[in-house]
Every structure is written in C-alpha cells, then in structure tokens.
Write a protein that binds this ligand. Structure first.
Ligand code: BGC
Length: 768
C-alpha cells in the first residue's frame, strides 16, 4: 500500500548526497547492456576449473579461477555480481587469489566493481579456518543480542579478510513450524526475539553507518523475505497460507527491524504466500518493502527463482515472461547462477516496452548504491595485511562464550553436574561428530565435509575425554549415521554393544539427534526422532544406569517416549566448533547453563503450536452434553531453560494501572539468585490483551533482558515499552490498539492494567 506523504516512513537509510551524485554519474555512462548485466548474479563455480598438483607424493585437488571464463561472462555480459564457492569452502589464500582476478576484469571492462556474496551462516563458514559460531537457532537460545553483534563483527572481519564484502545473512524466517528443514537457520518463533537479534546482527555486520561501511564491515542480505518458514506441507519451498494479520504482525516485523537498522539488501522467499510467489509480488516487494519503509536498498532473488516462476510456480509461460513479472514486481538483481540468458531476455523486454527503462534505472541505482556504500569503487579488494586477527584465539573465545550461553538444560533430577571421577558411557550417533555439532551451511551447503575440515576441533567424545579424563570415558555409540546418501540414513545399529558397555559406567550420556542437512534435502516425513535412536535410549535406560540425553538437532524432533527415561536432558541445538567444549564444561559444572528455548518443543504431532497460540486453541469443557474443549500440549515451552542455581522472582509491577496510546509503560520485577552458583537469567516479560476484535494471542513476549547474578545477589529488572508495541493487526490489515484490559506476566506472576482509548494506524507500519 503506497502511503500519503504524511504517513511515510522516514528514509530507512538517510541518503548521502555525494554517493547519490556518484550513482547518477555512473548510471549516465552506462549502456542498456551494462545495466542488465549489473542486474545478474552468477555462481563462482562456473568461472573456474579444478586443479591437480602432486604434493609430497599425494595428489592434491584444488580450484582456480579461469580468466577465459571471466572474459566470456563478466566482460561480455557486464555481470554485476558473483556468489558462492565451488562446492567446498576455500582457504583464505584461495579467496585472496581468486576475488582480485574477478575484480580486475570487472574494473577494467566495466569500470564498476563486482560484488561478491557468500552464505556465512554462523561465522565465515565458507572460509576454511575461520571462526565458526553456534548456528542462529542456538544464538537465539542465548537470548543475548550482544553475542549476535559480536558474531556479526567477527564474521564480517573474517569475510572481508577473504575479500568478500557481502553476506547472505542474517536469516530472519520465523521458525514457527518444527517440521521445516530450515528452522535452525534463523532465530526462533518469536517476532520480538528475532527483531532484536536482527538489529544486533545488522549492527555487527555492517557497523554504525550504512552509507560508509568500513574495511571490517560487510553488507547484509536479510532473507528470505518473507513467510518462508510456514510451508503448509512442512516441506521446503512449498506454498504458505498466512493470514494478513499474521503476515504483517509477525512475519514482516523482523525484516522491518533489519531495514530500520540499515540492512542494505534483501533476498526473497523462494515460495508463495496465499498463492502469490513472493518473487512475483509487486505488493510485497515494491509496496511493503521499498515504498512503505522508504527503503533504497537492493532486492536479490534466491537461487534461480525467476526460473522457478515458470518451471515450478507456473505463473509465467517461459523465462522471458518470468523475468518480466519479477523485475516489474521489484526484483533488482537475479541470482541466476548458471546462465546469462537473463541479460539477453531482459534487454529484449526493455526494447519491447514490457519493462520500463525507469524500472531498470531504479534497479541499477540500487545496485550501484550498495557498491558505493561498501566503498568498492575506491577499494575493490581487501588488503590481506589488514586482517591479522583472522581466526585468533580471542575470536574463538567469543564463539565458546556463545556456545556456553546457547546450550539449554531442560531437565535435571540432580544428576548434573557430573561428579569428578564419574565413569561415563557416551552413546548415540552424535557422540563423536563435528558435522552434527555444526549442521548445514558449514564448509559446504549440506555440511557434509565438516569431519575433515574441522578435524582439529573437539567432538563431544574428545571434549569429554579432555575434561573428565580419557580413562573415565567409554565410547560405544550403538547407532551411527551413514555418512553418504540421505542425511537421515543410519547404519545397522549395534545396540547390544552399547548396552554391554554400560556395565562399566556410572552414567550414560546419550548423544542423539540429527546429522547435518539443509533446505530441501533436509525435508522429513516423520517428526519423531529415529526409531533406532529411541530404541537405543530405551535399551540403555533398561540397564538401570542413569541416563543424560544430549539433543543435538536443528529442529525439535519428538522424544516424548524417551524423555521420562532420562534423569537429565540438555538441548545443545547446533552449537558449532566449540559446542562440545562448552558442553563438557557445563556438564562438569565449570560453567552454568543459561540458554532458553527459542521455539516451543512439541510433545505430539497434532499439537505443533507456538507459545503465542490463539486463546481459543486451549479451552476447557463447556457446560452441557457435548465436550468442545481444546488442548494444546508441549514438551517444553518457549523460553524454558533451567540452571544449576535458582532464581526467585518477586514484586512484578507496572508504573501505570491505566495507559493510553502514545504512552510508555515500565514493568519491573525483582530477580534474586537464591542458589549457590553464579548464573545468568533471561528475564522474559509477556503481555496479554484479554479481549480484542479478532481472537487474541494468548500472550506475546513484550521485552526481555539477560542478567548475571552472583549467589545471593538480586536485581530489579525494568522494561520500558511503548504502548504502541501492544497493538495488533486487525482483520482489515491495519495496526490497532483497543481499549480494554491487559495482563502482564513475568516469572510466574501477573499484573493487570487497562488501555483507556482506541487507536488505529492508517499507515501500514506504526510510525510513532
Ligand atoms: C538458499 C539461500 C542461499 C542461496 C545462495 C539458496 O538455495 O535458499 O538461503 O542464500 O541458495 O547460496
């Protein structure tokens, strides 16, 4: 919806006059061929060749850029951007050699630098040797946005060291359906948590001035705009059906937060919403993003998604038709990895009048603006000498800190921390694997080469040996993954061996979950954890030895039948290269748990709810003959996580019993560490609108803060929030705050307050 000028969002990024002048000057000198070429992004793998060299009697395979191929693509088609790695992460040296060759050809032939982009999901994960962090879902479990900023800074530094100025991150798809294979790539199910993480990450990656990124910053591409995380079938890249209020109020919010924080580019959801492929939606791309947010950044397709408009979505008759639809909808750059047809067909469309020159100029301005903002015209390549801290110990320590705050204690009957000298049987397929700790987008798309590239980091087995002594740790896995073929393939189990080994142990630590996967290859047919793994836990528990379950998984797989058999449960999600070290420290009590679930952990397949389910999803039996009750179940709720210490909450207060739109309210609560160990606690405040004109959410997270408390220490935690943040999107798609009663909850307490007036916002976004 285009707005009245008085309702306009102030520019998301203030314009820099000098940059705008340079953009116009460059644009003036460009031919139509130059312009359509700028709008294409090709895959790096297409531009090089395999190399072979004998080293120390061993044949070593490598990869090198091919100047002839660059001439026939970048130079000939005036291509504006390159992405990806040729299969596996390159070394720093390989990047530093390849990217300048591309830049050189681009500068010499086009006078415009190329922009090279990579998926760096949890640190610079496509650069061998870089500092790998916990995956986004684990970072979300920290409820600590400052860790996200640090990850963004380190990832930016190490990406820039590899001469890559652009990352396809952060991923802001709300993970609201546990069946989906990409839940772990983003920051959980809640829009506020994800928005806070988004702001923190954009700051970390891009720095404080989106017009002038420094040599330690990279441009982000927030993705996948939007509604990608809610496929009706649960399968990747399939249609979503999302109501207008849900779209605006939940799925759009993290993207809006990122854009307001200065995000320079956006990548689009591959699939469709309510029947409209997002790549074909003028409403979502041009109106909601560019016009309503007054945003002058650049929109990039996802992988070959213009093709998908005719090959899969069937809204276009052929490629040319698909290009016409997508560019007119608002796409600025096409990730068309393997083909230059885009340039030829788009040029024809312009010549035929099916795409206006004005639209092309707008797209090219946006592309050039990003390149100027990155300073690439002045300095197309990084200077390798500027990055002496690449993979330094202090970066690694930050990753360890993040992993320590990410791992979640879900159950503990007193068995943890494990005592010194305890003899431990480590079982399960995740007990000795770097691949499982890291998940997909690690060194390769599916994460399948991690065992080799990350071999000098510690698996859970190695970390446990280091911490508890090799003599005290027995490894007998019982179930193992088959490391080729489908991610979920397992070898024939040998459960008896693991059971026999339990005789030698005081405690069994069963490391179960998933092997790495990503996108469509990670689709699943059954949310239950594999039968072999559940059989293993049942057989181990039958020995009578206490069992600790370590869940190492990208999405919450159902463990309802084996949870009662465990004395303790820890969900480490995907904690990265230092995740096992963190786990050993936490299990030993050297550090305290403070992670909390960023997604609801389901208990049954027919109750895949989120924490903010509609009130009518849970009702009690009504009077009379018939039972119309409804129940929601969950194994562990959103925001749940235990600690080795205890936090006592008291005195929840609100500063105003009545409030009006335009006000701010302050909630406060006392939190005291009543245990014997120092600990961190994420204090979560929720609001509930008791009666509304559409069925209200049962509750919404309205603020959170993580505090650190010594034993006996107490703190008053305050949350000041604008009353406008209590508004919801009504049936007409507009934000509204209605008078009536609210309840605020925190730490098991609640406090009421009343809104005294109605307010409806005419603009699509709340601007005050
Ligand atoms: C994924 C994106 C990714 C792109 C480039 C696509 O398949 O959906 O998340 O950024 O590939 O690698």
């Amino acid at each position: 919806m285009a707005q009245n000028p008085q309702n306009r969002h102030s520019p998301s990024i203030p314009r820099d006059a000098q940059i705008e002048k340079e953009v116009e000057n460059t644009l003036k000198g460009m031919t139509l061929d130059d312009k359509v070429g700028q709008m294409l992004q090709l895959d790096l793998g297409q531009l090089g060749r395999q190399t072979f060299a004998m080293k120390g009697g061993r044949l070593e395979m490598g990869w090198s850029i091919d100047s002839l191929k660059l001439d026939s693509t970048i130079a000939r088609y005036r291509v504006g951007s390159i992405l990806n790695v040729p299969g596996t992460a390159l070394t720093l040296g390989e990047f530093q050699k390849a990217v300048p060759v591309m830049q050189d050809i681009s500068m010499r032939n086009l006078g415009i630098p190329t922009i090279y982009g990579l998926d760096q999901n949890h640190g610079a994960s496509y650069v061998q040797g870089a500092t790998i962090f916990p995956q986004p879902i684990a970072l979300a479990a920290t409820f600590n946005p400052s860790l996200a900023t640090v990850m963004g800074q380190i990832c930016a530094y190490e990406s820039r060291a590899a001469d890559c100025p652009w990352v396809f991150n952060p991923t802001l798809d709300l993970g609201r359906d546990p069946r989906w294979s990409r839940i772990w790539e983003s920051y959980g199910e809640d829009p506020l948590l994800e928005s806070e993480m988004a702001r923190a990450l954009v700051r970390g990656y891009q720095g404080d001035d989106p017009n002038h990124l420094g040599k330690y910053n990279v441009a982000v591409s927030v993705k996948h705009y939007f509604g990608y995380g809610a496929p009706f079938s649960g399968k990747d890249r399939t249609p979503a059906y999302i109501s207008e209020p849900m779209l605006r109020q939940k799925y759009f919010e993290p993207f809006k937060a990122a854009i307001e924080a200065g995000a320079l580019t956006v990548m689009v959801n591959s699939a469709s919403i309510n029947g409209v492929p997002v790549h074909a939606s003028h409403r979502f791309l041009t109106e909601w993003l560019k016009e309503d947010l007054n945003w002058d950044g650049m929109i990039l397709t996802d992988w070959a998604d213009i093709d998908n408009l005719y090959t899969r979505e069937k809204v276009a008759k052929d490629k040319k038709d698909a290009i016409r639809i997508a560019i007119n909808a608002g796409i600025d750059m096409s990730m068309d990895p393997y083909s230059t047809d885009f340039c030829v067909l788009l040029k024809e469309l312009v010549e035929e009048g099916a795409v206006s020159m004005e639209r092309i100029d707008d797209a090219v301005r946006r592309i050039l603006r990003v390149k100027y903002r990155l300073g690439l015209f002045d300095m197309p390549d990084s200077n390798p000498d500027d990055y002496p801290l690449f993979a330094c110990d202090s970066f690694a320590m930050k990753s360890l800190d993040a992993a320590l705050e990410a791992e979640i204690l879900l159950k503990n009957n007193g068995i943890l921390p494990l005592k010194e000298g305890t003899r431990i049987l480590l079982a399960g397929p995740n007990a000795n694997s770097m691949r499982c700790l890291n998940g997909g987008w690690t060194y390769t798309w599916q994460g399948s080469n991690t065992e080799d590239i990350a071999r000098h980091y510690n698996t859970i087995y190695e970390a446990m040996c280091n911490r508890f002594g090799k003599d005290n740790v027995i490894l007998e896995q019982g179930v193992t993954y088959r490391e080729s073929g489908s991610y979920d393939a397992e070898n024939t189990p040998d459960i008896e061996r693991a059971v026999a080994a339990a005789a030698e142990a005081d405690v069994i630590v069963a490391c179960i979950g998933e092997n790495s996967y990503c996108e469509t290859p990670g689709n699943l047919t059954d949310l239950w954890l594999s039968q072999n793994q559940r059989d293993l836990v049942k057989a181990l528990a039958a020995t009578g030895k206490p069992v600790v379950l370590i869940l190492n998984e990208g999405r919450p797989r159902l463990v309802t039948d084996i949870e009662p058999l465990a004395g303790a449960v820890v969900d480490i999600l995907l904690p990265g290269n230092y995740g096992a070290d963190a786990l050993a420290m936490l299990l030993a009590g050297d550090a305290n748990f403070s992670g909390k679930l960023p997604c609801t952990y389901p208990k049954e397949i027919n109750s895949l709810i989120n924490y903010d389910y509609k009130v009518s999803e849970q009702t009690s039996t009504m009077a009379g003959a018939y039972d119309y009750d409804a129940k929601v179940t969950q194994m562990w709720p959103f925001g749940f996580g235990l600690s080795y210490t205890a936090f006592e909450y008291s005195d929840l207060r609100i500063d105003k019993a009545e409030f009006a739109p335009g006000d701010f309210i302050t909630l406060s609560v006392n939190v005291r560490n009543t245990g014997r160990m120092a600990g961190k606690e994420s204090v979560l405040f929720y609001s509930s609108d008791l009666v509304a004109s559409i069925v209200p959410d049962c509750r919404r997270l309205c603020s959170f803060e993580k505090v650190s408390l010594e034993p006996g220490e107490s703190r008053t935690v305050k949350a000041t929030i604008p009353v406008s943040s209590l508004a919801f999107v009504g049936a007409d798609g507009k934000w509204v705050l209605e008078k009536g009663d609210f309840v605020f909850t925190c730490g098991g307490m609640s406090v009421p307050a009343t809104c005294t007036a109605d307010k409806k916002w005419d603009s699509p976004n709340i601007l005050d």
